[in-house]
Design a protein around this ligand. Structure first.
Ligand code: 6PG
Length: 238
């Protein structure tokens, strides 16, 4: 696995840099499968993509998935799909048939199985698992990624493609892609900003450090890119 780490001034610069990376990644491809992340960091990215990249990317060629989704209806303010739709999909020429959202309004256990089968159906298979071309991930202050939280580290090795996870404090149920499929991605891109994440980032990017409480540190992918702002990178060796 190759690992590329880039540090930018602030969140807008991270979003701008990743938008340019996305242009490069998708150019010349007739089909790209991308799994989006939720949370606050991607919001700025989606806004920049909507405002400045509507005609720079062949949006019709992209199949969209989510690395995780809250088990809520799409209209719920917690919905990652709902956030993406209002900030991005409503402003660029995507193919609605290629937007594969988690049906957060359905029974979580049934949906986790359905979503795993859908990912297998659309993505190429490698090593016996679906391989998403580009897995976009964030990292929470607690080191979680997708919805694999420190109290559910077993999801990093769960054989099912997706599982039902639970937020450690709210108890909110989520459908998450599990570690083996996350790690089977062609390219993993972490977008991580904010000084509150600096300690976890510094340990996650140090192969000699303790990773036992940082799910994000266990994610590989054939190729890995970290897009960090100065705050998140502030404890990295210069
Ligand atoms: C989610 C995300 C989650 C997110 C991290 C970081 O559904 O909440 O997929 O994994 O990436 O919580 O979120 P921030 O970008 O808001 O810090």
């Amino acid at each position: 696995m190759t690992k590329d780490i880039k540090v930018f001034e602030d969140n807008p610069a991270v979003a701008q840099a990743f938008a340019d990376f996305l242009v490069e990644f998708t150019s010349g491809r007739s089909k790209t499968t991308i799994a989006l992340s939720g949370g606050s960091t991607p919001k700025l990215l989606f806004d920049i993509l909507a405002k400045k990249y509507a005609d720079k990317i062949d949006w019709q060629s992209i199949h969209f998935f989510w690395g995780d989704e809250r088990c809520v209806a799409p209209e719920d303010s917690d919905s990652n799909f709902g956030m993406t739709k209002s900030l991005l999909f409503d402003h660029v020429n995507i193919d609605p048939e290629k937007v594969h959202r988690v049906l957060g309004e359905n029974d979580p256990d049934i949906e986790a199985k359905r979503y795993g089968s859908l990912i297998s159906e659309v993505c190429t298979e490698e090593n016996g698992l679906p391989s998403v071309d580009l897995m976009i991930l964030g990292m929470g202050d607690d080191g979680h990624t997708a919805s694999i939280f420190p109290h559910q580290m077993e999801l990093l090795s769960a054989p099912e493609i997706c599982a039902v996870a639970e937020h450690p404090t709210s108890g909110q149920k989520r459908v998450t892609i599990n570690g083996p499929t996350l790690n089977n991605s062609g390219t993993v891109a972490f977008l991580v900003t904010g000084a509150k994440k600096a300690e976890k980032v510094s340990r996650a990017l140090n192969p000699m450090a303790d990773h036992s409480d940082i799910p994000a540190a266990h994610i590989t992918g054939r190729e890995q890119h970290w897009f960090l702002d100065k705050g998140a990178a502030s404890l990295l060796p210069s």
